[in-house]
Write a protein that binds this ligand. Structure first.
Ligand SMILES: [Zn+2]
Length: 59
């Protein structure tokens, strides 16, 4: 079975993990209520999508 043939040193493992940092979340402001929201998604505060009010959803 596929197994690593040699143990990796701490240094090798850590230098590989140096590229695994999470990137910061991108936030834009809502054009309707200027709350912070994810771009291309409906506003969690007012529900507006691209300046138009979103359709009512079942709850
Ligand atoms: Zn909004």
């Amino acid at each position: 079975m596929a197994l690593p043939s040699k143990r990796l040193s701490k240094s090798r493992m850590r230098s590989r993990a140096a590229h695994h940092a999470l990137s910061k979340k991108v936030l834009s402001s809502c054009p309707n209520c200027s709350a912070r929201k994810m771009p291309h998604l409906a506003c969690p505060e007012c529900g507006a999508v691209m300046k138009k009010p979103a359709k009512a959803t079942k709850k």
